[in-house]
Design a protein. Sequence first.
Length: 271
Amino acid sequence: MFIPCDRGGGSAAPDFKGFTLLMPAVSVGNVGQLAIDLVISTLDMTKVGYFYTDCLVPMVGNNPYATAEENSTELSINAEVYSLPSKKLVVLQIRSPFIKNKYRPFCETLLSWVKSSKCARVVLLSSSHAYQRDDEQLLGTPLRYLLTPDLEKAVGGRMQELNWKEMEKVAAYPGINDTDKVLHIPGGGITKLLFTESCSNGIQMAVLLKFCSEGDNIPDAFVLVNYLNEWLQLIKSEVSTSNSSTDLSSQWKIPSSWRLLFGNGLPPALF
């Protein structure tokens, strides 16, 4: 599934042993993907390969993180892998939706690669429909997290220190039987399947998600990436104030591709 970039000279495939794999779910508002864009762009991560899979809609385009004319013509595809060895971080960016009925094969292949590459843990950035929250989820922050049992042992205490809110389970049959609770992530794409498969496969995974609606989801992406940064400390806050989250948002580097996030401007010929 993972194909390393051909850098010439017969270089060996990158070693991800002990790395944290950061990836998005293709979910409502594409919030996870936008947050991943900010991480790759800000940390100036190096592309080390791509995923060869028939589970995603094929796609090709120009380099979304172009910084000069020289690298603007590099091609990018639907699933690419970036690395930053100094932070033991590897990122999988997914840029196209899943093909119907291909969720499970993708999850199985992905988790098989996580095991074979000896990644220490997986962090999945996701989102869920704000309008489908239950009463309990309407209270407080719109951010939630989930930890597999294996990761709970390692970092559960840290989440308590951060005062984070775990994703609530909801009634399986509301109004009929409120005692049977299930995990429900509407609009979350592969989130629930990937999380439950990680639980049963003994993989350390954290899900970080935000309740949101479709629209201009750039603000949601900043909120989610700041939430991630509270835990992983990918970038340091330059200003220590009570309003550090606002200060931090200005330190994330917006990629050049976001200029056309909503398409080109209106053609003057219309007027």
